[in-house]
Ligand binder design. Structure first.
Ligand code: HH2
Length: 261
């Protein structure tokens, strides 16, 4: 899954793809590098981020999705949003996957759209909300709590009429978690894989990698690769990254080794 942020303030690629033509070109580049899913986002969810009004979010993402479709993209287009009206506009423009970092808690009606239109979706764990989520996050057992949450959100999605086969689950690396929580989730990812749905991981360039390596955001590729290879070994199947080509190579080698193919 290639990350395509159409925002002025995303933590790593903010402001780079605000021009729709530049965003479409970046999406095509990510696709050429091996992305089969393109995750288009118009609202940053970085710690401390301020909410974006729906109209502004739509104004950012719709031309990019239309542009990708018009350019004949082969990748599945995902809309990274928690808002029903943004998802509706994105789906009308050609998106067929909804990536909601609130797992349908912000706007429960979003589950109805996914059900009705037969869309794929990703439900992510987040403690709190982006504005405040990094204020002293605490868990007794982070993996058990994230697992119980994802199980409950999967059940809610099925209850709303979404086929279980359409749902992917994500531990939400960096969303209301300390460095130790993030590492424990990666270390024990197999416990989430046991839920039986594909696990998505998003570690790309995140600050916990900087905490370990001392590297700035544009210099965290090696850490990104390490975490994605480990996640693959533990059973994750979707890898949300900004640097598709190098991660795809690393995953191909890791998969050939681990899965004997
Ligand atoms: N991480 C980010 C945004 N969306 N979605 C899923 N499913 N999993 C993630 O880990 C995830 C996500 C944050 O990264 P990014 O999009 O690069 O930054 P920003 O939120 O600042 O736009």
């Amino acid at each position: 899954m290639g990350v395509l942020n159409v925002t002025p303030d995303s933590f790593s690629d903010g402001g780079r793809f605000l021009d729709p033509a530049a965003a479409v070109a970046q999406g095509r580049r990510l696709e050429d590098e091996g992305a089969v899913l393109l995750d288009v986002g118009g609202e940053s969810t970085r710690p401390g981020a301020q909410p974006v009004p729906a109209d502004e979010e739509k104004r950012r993402v719709v031309p990019v999705i239309e542009g990708l479709v018009a350019a004949g993209t082969r990748a599945q287009v995902s809309i990274d949003t928690s808002k029903l009206s943004v998802a509706e506009a994105a789906v009308a423009a050609g998106a067929t996957y909804v990536n909601d970092v609130t797992a349908f808690r912000a706007e429960p009606e979003l589950a109805g759209l996914v059900a009705e239109r037969g869309l794929d979706c990703c439900l992510m764990h987040m403690r709190g909300e982006p504005r405040t989520m990094q204020t002293a996050p605490a868990y007794d057992d982070v993996v058990a709590e994230v697992k119980a949450f994802l199980e409950q959100r999967l059940a809610a999605a099925v209850e709303a009429g979404i086929a279980e086969e359409k749902v992917m689950l994500d531990p939400g690396i960096g969303f209301g978690k300390t460095l130790a929580h993030n590492l424990e989730l990666l270390r024990r990812l197999d416990e989430l894989v046991a839920l039986g749905r594909p696990i998505v991981v998003g570690t790309s360039r995140k600050s916990f990698l900087g905490r370990i390596t001392g590297r700035e955001v544009d210099d965290r590729l090696a850490g990104t690769i390490a975490t994605n290879v480990l996640a693959l070994e533990r059973g994750a199947s979707v890898f949300r990254v900004h640097d598709v080509a190098p991660v795809a190579d690393a995953l191909a080698v890791a998969a050939a080794t681990v899965r004997d193919r």
